[in-house]
Write a protein that binds this ligand. Structure first.
Ligand SMILES: [Zn+2]
Length: 147
């Protein structure tokens, strides 16, 4: 097992994953090919990461790549930039669909798969016992359901 020196304390790490991976690889005197081999990522994958096409890694990938570069996984993680969380998008979509259903719109599309949603308005009593309406919608093709 090769011994790697720790990163110098005054080393200024690049801010993007692409540049940081390249920087760390250069620091370890590895070619992209070397890194591809050690990390088992494949050269294409390393090139995609270093060109900025891939901006974040899964936990497993991050560990492999960090190990190959002899750094802590957090060093890579802090330079990653993720697309907006699906959860956030889904909450907005849920609210939009709920509004549309209550307004009587029926030709709504599933935010997951684009199939048509089955929509209805359900009358029920709220927690205080007053009659109220709830929007209902579910997808005919995937598990999406309005919550
Ligand atoms: Zn769907």
């Amino acid at each position: 097992m090769r011994q790697f020196k720790p990163l110098p304390a005054d080393m200024v790490l690049a801010s993007t994953l692409a540049r940081r991976v390249q920087q760390l690889r250069d620091f370890r005197n590895m070619t992209a090919k070397d890194l591809a081999k050690i990390s088992r990522f494949g050269l294409q994958r390393i090139e995609d990461i270093e060109s900025g096409m891939e901006t974040w890694l899964s936990a497993t990938e991050r560990q492999l790549l960090a190990k190959a570069l002899a750094v802590e996984p957090v060093i890579l993680q802090e330079a990653e930039s993720r697309p907006p969380a699906d959860d956030g998008v889904m909450i907005v979509e849920q609210a939009r669909i709920a509004d549309a259903v209550l307004q009587g719109t029926r030709n709504l599309l599933c935010p997951n798969c684009g199939s048509s949603l089955r929509c209805s308005i359900q009358e029920a009593l709220d927690i205080h016992g007053y009659p109220t309406v709830f929007p209902k919608a579910y997808c005919s093709k995937c598990p999406f359901v309005l919550k």
